[in-house]
Design a protein around this ligand. Sequence first.
Ligand code: FES
Ligand code: FES
Length: 156
Amino acid sequence: MAVAIKINGNTHSVDVDDDTPLLWVLRDVLGMTGTKFGCGMALCGACTVQIDGVATRSCITTVDSLGESEVTTIEAIGSTPAGAKIQKAWLEHEVPQCGYCQSGQIMSASALLAANPNPTDADIDDAMSGNICRCGTYVRIRAAIKLAAQSAGNGG
Ligand code: FES
Ligand code: FES
């Protein structure tokens, strides 16, 4: 059946079962492959998107649960203030290695920064603990979030 989903400011009507995970719709139906499939069981964070600004695992989020909520993906996060700062800091710290986990990392980090412009180490650990990186970029992720927070604090 047709389901209407708001993604990155556009409404998409997709013909899928109600219980189809959002991740499948993004990648296989809409061709938005920036959001990655890792585990499919809410264990790795590779599939993280934002739903009404909250970092959410799209692999376990069914399309019928979205209602009027706004989905933001990695394709559009750079047009949000927090997302732009996070992406800039990611480049400055050259965070990615293989890159596979990084869409999810950026989505979680951007949600954190938007909700908390001055996160402590504990806040960062809390927000990022569900995002696994097999390449071990955690130190650079933390440094980049702190850099982004500084630039947010300075209004730049
Ligand atoms: S693919 Fe969703 S948490 Fe791993
Ligand atoms: S950069 Fe390779 S898994 Fe994180």
